[in-house]
Each structure stands twice: as structure tokens, then as C-alpha cells.
Design a protein. Sequence first.
Length: 405
Amino acid sequence: MSKRIQHTFDAALGERRRTPEGYLVAPAVIARTGIQIYLAHELGLDGDPMREVRIYRPPEEVFHLDAIASFDNQPITIDHPPDGVTPDNWRELSVGVMRGPHRASNLLRGEARIMDADAIDQVETKVREELSGGYSAVYDWTPGVTPEGEPYEGIQRDIRGNHTALVRRGRCGPVCRVGDSQPSKPTGATAMPIQITIDGIPFSLDEAAAAAVNNLTKRLADSTATVADLNARLDRKIKIRNKTIALRDSEELEDEVEELEDELEEAQKDAMTPQQRDAMVADWAEMLEGGKRIAPTVDAKGKTCAQYRREVIKALYSDHKPVVDAVLGGKTLDAADDATLRQAFGVLAATAGGKTTGDASSMRDPVVDSLNQSTKTNDAAGGGSGQKTADAARGSFIDRMNGRA
């Protein structure tokens, strides 16, 4: 079923100029046609939140007269307001306006006019020199292939602009910087990690991972609130029905109650208790933080959770072969299922990520030592009872990790 989703895309500003009044004006690229890559959590999809999703913006949707008109005179803001721009918050949020949207080849262009002195200063001092457009669209989840031969999972339809935000960094990066003749700053500097706290546990994540975690947390909270609202509405309808059961319109009320019950059942599929929600998000954040700590060279971008865990395990395998082989239980790493990968990842996070201080022997794990020794014994003996020893060590190791030993 299609539904309208609030979203963002990046826009680019061309050569900037000043008006006699001091306003900053520049031509802007508002949108483009073609394939756009999103992460699953950005689209509200279930499953792996880091899965890449290919979405198609066809020309007939981007350049539909209603879509183009919706961007005319839309406000420019500093960063994205959580719930978009409305008549209630326009005066507080607006620092400029986007004007004259029109088609130019495969691009939707317009003119950005920034009128607020602080916003102009942030652009010129490069604090915020990129644009990101806020809009809504109905997603048609019919997969297909573009006329250029590119596959996609869904199509954006009924595109409607809401605002354009000045941001520190947009999806398209420096290409979407507010235009000027100055050279761009060199890239390659390490981004400062962002500290977030989930259920009292602090995590240190990069910007993209932190945004994904916060997005997921908000979605789960919204689902819980929806279920609570539906429960309250259902209770009210049931009370009314019970009071008017003998009246003529009781049959109509009965239908309304049944509709609300169906709606509640559907909403409960996505809802979690606060404890379940915090546990899920914390597990995901812990995976990202742990992976960066024990295998900092492995990039999580564009990988599913299972793919990321597998890559981290591969990177550490040569140094922790006995431990990993024990958890895999005879399977190859490529053939291991998600549950086994999760377990092996957790073991490595516990055994490979500790900082050694003082006497190194104090940090040794007797179970790991046992696994290493059993492997050496088996190699020296050429097999035989060594496999039984390894199997026993693996059982002991798994029991220990699960708190049963």
C-alpha cells in the first residue's frame, strides 16, 4: 500500500550575488530525475535499517505542474525542522524563500533568496554552505527498470515541496555547496564522533550511524504512540456502543468498532514496548560501535548488518581463528547464518576489543587459551581425538558466552 512519506533531497546553489538590500541570491538546483539511493530506515522500511534502496524519480513526476508549483515560494530554513514548515512555525523558521522553479533538462531549478543576516553569515563563513530540500511523496513499491536500464525498488509519486534547509553537509556533498569561486576545503579529516545515550548506555557513533539510530528510535516511538491512540479511541467507541446497544445506530457503531480493531491489529505489528525498542536500538548501535572499535578499517556504508558482521569477522579471522572456528562449528564463514554471525561478532568484540594494561597475562581468557591449545594439539597429532577436544571446547565456550558456565 502506498503512503505519503516526509523526506529530504539535496539542492545546489549556483554563483551567488547580493541584492542592493544585502540579500543573498543564487540559482539553485532543487531536484533531479533518475535513481536516488536511500537507506531503508529513511523510508520507514522494516528489516535491516542500513540496506540500500534504489528509488526512481521519473520526469513525469518531478516535472508535474503540481510538483513544480509546490516548490514556488517555499521557505528556506536553517537545518530541517522535525515536522516541516507550517503556518504555526513559519515566522520562527524561515530565513529566505525559493522562487521560480522551472525545468532545465533533467533538473528542476529555482532561485534561492536568503534574507536573514545570520543565515547569510553562516553561508559566507562556510558554517552551512549546502542545501537539502524537504518534501513529501507517495511511494509506489512496484519494482522495475528505468528507460536507461537501471533497476529500482520503488517510484516517488505526487512529489510536494515543503522547505529547503541550509545544512552543514547534504546527501550529495560538496557538489551541492552554495556556489562561490573559492576552492573547496580539503577532504579526509576525521569526523568527530557523536555521543548518544540509549536506555542509559552511552554510544560513540559517526554522523550517519547516529542519524540512523535516532531515526529508528523515532519510528519505534511513533508506532508505540499510534497504538496507544488507537487503544484509547477503541475504548471510547466500545463504551458508546455498550450504552447504545439497544438503539438503531448500534449496528453502525459495531462496524466502527470492528474497523478500529483491524486498524489497531495492523498498527501493533510495528509497535514495541519501550523495553523492546531500547533493546533493539541499543543492540544495533552496539554493533556499529563495536565494529569500529575492533575493526576500524571495515566500512559499514552500503552493507546490511549481516554483511558488516561478516566483513568484520573476516578482517579479524587470521588473528582469532580458533575462537571463530569454535563458534562457526564446522561451517565456513560464507555459509554461516545471521544468528551464527551475530554470535561470532559478539565473541570477537569481547576478546579482540579489550585494552591491555599491566601484565598481559591478566587479560587472557582461559576458554580462548583452551581453544588455541586444542587446535595446536589436533594439528600436531594429525587429527584423531583433537576434533572431539575442539567440539568440547566449543560447547564450553558457547555456554560461557551465554552465561551458563
